[in-house]
Design a protein around this ligand. Sequence first.
Ligand code: DHK
Length: 152
Amino acid sequence: MPTKQSTAILCLNGPNLNMLGKREPEIYGSQSLADIETATQDLSKQLKVKVEFRQSNHEGELVDWIQGAGGQFAALIVNAGALTHTSVALLDALRLFSGPVVEIHLSNIFRREPFRHRSFISEAADGVICGFGKDSYLLGLRAAVELIKRVK
Ligand code: DHK
């Protein structure tokens, strides 16, 4: 668990993101979530923040983690996977979090099927980054760090 509340960021990953690397690589790239975490952790050291990565295929577990993030993490980076397009529960949980929220997607959801164009969680996000593959995570981290500085 991170020790300094002010510099800890939680990166949440939703359903099927544990399958990155094997899953539709033409859309999501060939890197695993562990590879993406390594790149994100490398950047976090440069930016002097701590990042904790978590992944779950279960909506309720993600809700629990968001509820528990208050007071523990200064910002959230969220790739909710398919729950992006369905989950009022995640939206409501994110609304409870008082710090910055950065929504990210590997793919450009607006270039894909119409059902992916709608994000339920964007309403609770300070910004959305999508379409840059694994770099969406790195850009998301940079955005979260900037937003934390603005809040202070
Ligand atoms: C990941 C998923 O699993 C999809 O369900 C979303 C998102 C897009 C991504 O691009 O990271 O529609």
